[in-house]
Design a protein. Structure first.
Length: 533
């Protein structure tokens, strides 16, 4: 059957066809012996041989459909090999046979499901539409069959195939591979979890996939795994680690409030699938003890911005708004505060969200010269713009009663005075503060004042007219301790920054010294045969 001579091939196909036409001879029993040879002839250079081989294969396939006893297993192995043929017609014919085998084979094909899947998944992304259509249909048929490991259904082998195709260059194949992992989790969770160590790294790597659909499906799979507490903690830890080694997930900054980077999409989707409060508490717990302070600051800023601006976290924001009046809100505030301290602006944002305006003002006044750098001002600019969104409508409405919310005004004026006057954020916040009713804070007398700084006078009047509301709020939160916690964290960051700067300076100094020594050596002892110039 492997002879390439066209006359021999025609002779063989002719004899096979004649013998198959004899009723007393059961050629299906011998089909596995020469099936591969017939498929080999489908790519022959002779059109006539290809046509004869195709005709013979079509006849055999029809007989298989009508026969109750067929050795599907041996032939399945051949078809799987031929599904990867470089010849388009051979691939189409083999995938068509596989499709019929999946429909007809039943339990006989269970041990071969992994091999069949390995042939189908690449064909789903084939350049030929006919192949893609048949491959998709076969894939759906195969996935709909509920096989049992007791019948030879090799879950580990199928997971290995799916894991392999997670790195396929074709998006459709990667998507179907994820659908298979999700299906196996739904039907055989215990067995899949036991093989998880072999698949987890691939699933984590897939979070950096170029396709958003792939990333969302990966998160669905992760969320399904993380229903168990131990895997939930492991997932968040690995996500933090993934963010740490692949900073692009956090550093793909958006151009406006609504254009989020990839890392934000991952966090938001995870919050939908696994409960936002639970996810944020775990992130905070991990970041509180993170040794890489620079990364911690970036990560907290990202999480804070997602918290403030994402519709998926609306319930979490509502809970935080009641931090001063409910034990659940208070507990969440304290839980997040411990890691939000990595970023001054994130801390201030959290206080504004929790309506802890007194503490927000204290945080602002505790800031030192080294804390207010370019990064801080960029974050402050984003916060000022967020204050104008519907999310902070409650805060703006509280400005209708400035006498009641004195600490809010003091906080906003504190932010205003930190901003450069030429910045757009300064103009936005100043315009907003100009709309505050003056009758309640007694600042109408300042309108015609010709001496002194108007802002400092306003703050002085606010200080004099403070109500006792701030003192009567829930005393369960130890705000002095929180402020001390914030100051200690900022001290760690300042020490780290100085240490890094000194390291850079010493490195630069060492390089300069080496250059100087080299230059002095070169000028004092020129090499023979080379002029001094």
């Amino acid at each position: 059957m492997n002879v390439l001579n066209p006359y021999v091939r025609q002779f063989l196909v002719g004899w096979i066809t004649v013998l198959d036409s004899v009723p007393e001879i059961d050629m299906l029993g011998f089909l596995p012996d020469f099936l591969d040879g017939l498929f080999n002839m489908l790519s022959d250079s002779s059109h006539e041989i290809r046509q004869q081989a195709d005709s013979a294969l079509s006849e055999f396939l029809q007989e298989i459909k009508n026969s109750p006893n067929v050795d599907y297993g041996r032939m399945a192995e051949i078809l799987v090999q031929r599904a990867g043929s470089p010849d388009e017609f051979t691939r189409l014919t083999s995938i068509t046979w596989i499709n019929e085998f999946v429909r007809l084979g039943g339990e006989q094909l269970v041990p071969y499901y992994a091999d069949i899947l390995g042939a189908i998944l690449p064909c789903i992304s084939d350049k030929e539409e006919k192949i893609r259509v048949v491959a998709r249909e076969t894939n759906e048929e195969l996935r709909a069959i509920r096989a049992d490991p007791a019948d030879g259904f090799n879950i580990h082998a199928i997971l290995s195939i799916a894991r392999r195709d997670l790195t396929s260059e074709w998006e459709t194949t990667r998507i179907e591979a994820l659908h298979w992992i999700a299906t196996l989790l739904a039907q055989h969770r215990t067995e899949v979890i036991s093989y998880l160590n072999h698949t987890y790294d691939s699933l984590l790597s897939a979070l950096s996939d170029s396709s958003d659909e792939v990333v969302l499906l990966v998160l669905d799979v992760h969320a399904c795994i993380a229903k168990d507490a131990e895997y939930f903690c492991r997932l968040v830890e690995l996500l933090v680690y993934n963010f740490k080694i692949d900073r692009a997930l956090l550093e793909r900054q958006y151009k406006s409030i609504v254009h989020w980077w990839r890392g934000a999409m991952i966090v938001r989707r995870l919050c939908v699938l696994l409960d936002a409060e639970r996810v944020y508490r775990e992130f905070s717990l991990i970041l509180e003890g993170e040794s890489d302070l620079d990364f911690s600051s970036v990560m907290v800023q990202a999480l804070n911005l997602i918290l403030l601006a994402s519709s998926e976290l609306a319930d979490l924001r509502i809970l935080l708004k009641h931090s001063l009046v409910t034990s659940l809100g208070m507990d969440l505030f304290v839980s997040l505060y411990s890691s939000w301290c990595h970023s001054p602006m994130a801390t201030i944002s959290l206080c504004l969200l929790a309506q802890a305006y007194n503490h927000a003002s204290s945080v602002i006044q505790s800031l030192g010269e080294e804390d207010i750098d370019a990064k801080f001002l960029v974050q402050l600019d984003k916060l000022i713009r967020l204050l104008e969104t519907p999310i902070f409508a409650y805060l703006r409405l509280q400005l209708l009663e400035p006498g009641k919310h004195t600490w809010l005004l003091k906080t906003l004026y504190g932010l205003l005075l930190l901003l450069p006057q030429q910045s757009a954020a300064f103009k936005i916040l100043r315009t907003r503060l100009k709309t505050v009713p003056s009758y309640a804070v007694g600042i109408e007398q300042l309108k015609h004042s010709s001496s002194g700084n108007p802002y400092s006078q306003i703050l002085q009047i606010m200080e004099d007219n403070k109500t006792q509301d701030a003192a009567n709020v829930c005393n369960a939160i130890n705000f002095p301790a929180r402020l001390q916690q914030f100051e200690q964290m900022q001290l760690r960051h300042r020490v780290h920054s100085k240490s890094r700067l000194m390291s850079l300076n010493s490195t630069s100094s060492a390089v300069s010294q080496e250059i100087q020594i080299f230059e002095e050596s070169h000028h004092s002892s020129p090499l023979p045969g080379i002029s001094q110039s």
